[in-house]
Design a protein around this ligand. Structure first.
Ligand code: HEC
Ligand code: HEC
Length: 305
């Protein structure tokens, strides 16, 4: 798999990816994190800051240090209510995505953008709602904002370039973690020419398909998430996943037919649902990178002209 580096890498990459997902088992949890990273960044809340934060170069927030008492209160609330899903360090945990690269969090100042998410939840996507007051939300926000979005801090100190990593170390990391699906001389050949903006390049490899919004459409087309529903009769229906929640899974089959089924959470002899998210490996890796890994891999990828 790793020895022949041809343009076929991509096709095989998808195969690998599927296999990984088939063996992953926890199909229903997978779907909970599906949509987060692909969402366009929230535009709201920018205007209130004097319109200074508009270009991609300084789109990452500069915040004054928070009030220590608020941070303590927020930490306590976060620890009990959020940590399980979003991780002690907000990088993601069992059931929730990393908040560090969430545009909601990045654009938020003191809870104004997080409040609707926390108070209403996104029940269809695995984020429960919480009956917190706006002050409590502000405390939680103060705590979450003590974590810096990985990979972006130094770029603020050194605005001309985010290339602060070591390309050699990045190449080694690439060979260890990425080469099973990608090749610098195969599918990723010329990547840095295709995506000249370093920040967009970094965002693209961190989460392919998420680069849109701040500076135009995402530069990469990501294959859709698919689902296989195995009916009690033995019939298997496969297609593009449209929706999955506690009650129903709906999909569009290859011939364009929409179909819906009751989901297994209803118990009984309901169908077995397997979700295949081609980007699951990328989502899993997001929790693995250190800041240094991110800098190093980006430094390596910009050499792929
Ligand atoms: C049971 C797991 C779970 C718990 C508990 C949970 N979350 Fe979430 N959270 C999620 C999931 C899943 C998403 C992604 C939803 C989506 O795809 O839109 C999410 C999304 C978010 C987002 C939006 C991120 C974005 O960019 O769209 C924020 C902010 C957030 N959660 C904060 C919190 C806070 C603060 C708490 C505690 C008060 C909390 N969450 C508790 C699962 C959880
Ligand atoms: C298990 C397979 C797998 C692994 C491991 C993996 N990726 Fe990906 N990657 C994908 C898939 C699937 C896509 C979606 C686009 C596609 O099909 O090419 C993708 C897309 C990308 C893209 C956009 C490609 C383009 O065509 O412009 C980049 C860049 C990328 N990955 C970099 C990385 C890096 C860097 C790593 C390691 C840190 C990594 N990937 C690890 C499967 C993987």
């Amino acid at each position: 798999m790793r020895d022949t580096r041809t343009d076929n890498v991509k096709r095989r990459a998808r195969g690998t990816c599927r296999e990984m997902l088939f063996s992953a088992g926890s199909a229903l949890f997978v779907v909970a994190t599906l949509t987060l990273q692909a969402q366009p960044p929230t535009q709201g809340g920018r205007g209130g800051r004097g319109g200074t934060i508009t270009s991609p170069r300084n789109a990452y927030p500069d915040r004054p240090p928070g009030d220590p008492a608020a941070i303590e209160r927020g930490k306590a609330l976060y620890g009990v209510n959020c940590q399980f899903c979003h991780g002690a360090d907000t990088r993601g945990g069992d059931g929730g995505p990393s908040l560090l690269r969430s545009s909601v969090v990045l654009d938020d100042q003191n809870g104004e953008l997080m409040a609707p998410v926390i108070q209403n939840g996104r029940p269809d996507r695995g984020m429960p709602k919480f009956a917190f007051t706006r002050d409590q939300v502000a405390d939680i926000a103060a705590f979450i904002h003590t974590f810096k979005a990985a990979g972006y801090d130094e770029s603020r100190v050194k605005p001309p370039s985010i290339i602060v990593g070591d390309a050699k170390a990045g190449e080694a990391f690439f060979n260890a973690k990425c080469a099973s699906c990608h090749s610098p001389t195969g599918d990723l050949r010329g990547l840095a020419s295709k995506i000249a903006d370093e920040r967009l390049l970094q965002q693209t490899w961190l989460m392919p398909g998420s680069g849109g919004g701040r500076g135009g459409p995402p530069p990469v087309t990501v294959p859709p998430t698919t689902v296989t529903v195995a009916l009690p009769s033995g019939e298997k229906v496969e297609g593009k996943l449209d929706r999955l929640d506690d009650f129903v899974v709906s999909l569009t089959t290859a011939d364009g037919t929409h179909r819906s089924f009751r989901t297994p959470m209803n118990g009984g002899d309901a169908p077995k649902v397997e979700v295949h998210d081609p980007l699951q490996p990328h989502k899993d890796l997001l929790r693995v990178y250190t800041d240094a890994d991110i800098h190093n891999v980006t430094a390596f990828l910009v050499t792929l002209k």
